[in-house]
Design a protein around this ligand. Structure first.
Ligand SMILES: Cc1cc2nc3c(=O)[nH]c(=O)nc-3n(C[C@H](O)[C@H](O)[C@H](O)COP(=O)(O)OP(=O)(O)OC[C@H]3O[C@@H](n4cnc5c(N)ncnc54)[C@H](O)[C@@H]3O)c2cc1C
Length: 309
């Protein structure tokens, strides 16, 4: 189905931010694949977002994205409104007791660097996650034994009707790469708890993380990071390796040679090829080990129709 962006914009409330019809999303994701958003909304600030959500017709689908580092956008695009938070959600500040308040659009790596600049420890793990604070809140992003839930004091969210919620970490329903907060909530900020750090120690840790990432992950490629969640007590990459799928390719999509829980767009892949490759991996791993892998990467939108291919 072709997406009529201009037609949808006529049904949307006035905003102070930007509404773009049929805005391609590929360049807003790490995989660099997929179709457009029927409408892309970049709210000016929190009030603009809340007003929009309060007034947008109930039958219009609303999807929020961060910087697309955990996202596969299907080739037929995303019906409804896709919301991408920008500058108006980029605040970063220090609060009493080694705490950092960060807007949801702030990249995790910036928070890690800001913590270093303010000699606040405990947040270096964010150095290795290439998403935003909004994405970290939704995915319970984590690395090196620390997860977002471990450092979160409270999150601020706007619901589908424009209501504002300030939620303590304990009420977020967190588990491994899962957040129990309602799926339609859009996070706009987080208060994070650090600790009294030592500048040299924090800096050394940051450098170690940078080096480890370069050595073990295809960080300079078109990828979505870990494709599947690690099953309880197991590593997804080991199961994929044992199934003989390291380097396995399908069209322009390939299982990374460097880290086989990563899928790579070699340049010409479609979203359909990447998704089919992922499903092939799931099927083969199930056949060889009996384990059913669960997607960690979020897949959004609709497949291309005949006319769009
Ligand atoms: C090279 C590489 C390495 C990676 N390493 C790690 C790692 O070590 N640990 C790890 O946990 N992840 C890792 N990831 C995955 C990814 O970086 C994280 O999941 C990140 O938190 C996603 O953030 P994002 O802004 O890119 O969100 P997106 O990918 O754009 O979106 C992911 C999900 O978050 C939701 N979302 C985004 N913003 C908001 C918001 N403001 N409010 C509500 N929901 C929102 C989206 O709807 C979607 O469901 C890696 C990815 C890559 C490409």
């Amino acid at each position: 189905m072709r997406l009529d962006g201009a037609g949808l914009i006529k049904r949307l409330p006035p905003v102070r931010g930007r509404l773009e019809a049929e805005r391609p999303l590929a360049d807003l994701t790490w995989f660099r694949v997929g179709g457009p958003a029927q409408v892309l909304f970049s709210p000016a600030d929190e009030a603009d977002l809340a007003d929009f959500l309060a007034q947008v017709p109930r039958d219009v689908a609303v999807t929020v994205i961060g910087v697309g580092s955990n996202l596969l956008v299907r080739d037929g695009g995303v019906p409804g409104v896709v919301i991408r938070l920008g500058r108006g959600f980029g605040a970063l500040g220090v609060e009493e007791g080694f705490r950092i308040r960060a807007g949801a659009a702030v990249p995790d790596v910036r928070v890690a660097r800001f913590a270093l600049a303010n000699v606040i420890g405990g947040l270096t793990f964010l150095r290795g996650i290439p998403g935003t604070i909004g994405g970290a809140l939704r995915m319970n992003g984590g690395a090196y034994g620390v997860e977002t839930k471990d450092v979160l004091v409270e999150a601020v969210a706007i619901d589908r009707r424009g209501g504002r919620h300030v939620v303590p970490a304990t009420d977020m329903g967190y588990s491994y790469r899962h957040c129990g907060a309602p799926e339609d909530w859009i996070f706009v900020a987080a208060l994070l708890q650090g600790d009294a750090g030592d500048e040299a120690v924090i800096e050394a840790e940051m450098n170690r993380i940078t080096e480890a990432r370069e050595a073990t992950q295809p960080v300079r490629t078109r990828t979505g990071g870990s494709t599947f969640k690690n099953p309880e007590g197991q590593k997804a990459w080991q199961l994929i390796h044992a199934a003989g799928l390291r380097g396995f390719a399908l069209g322009g999509a390939r299982v990374s040679d460097k880290h086989c829980n990563f899928l790579i767009n070699e340049g010409s892949a479609t979203a359909a090829e990447l998704e089919e490759l992922g499903e092939t991996v799931r099927r083969r791993v199930k056949e060889t080990s009996g384990v059913e892998l669960e997607w960690e990467i979020r897949r959004i939108g609709q497949p291309a129709t005949e006319g769009q291919r």
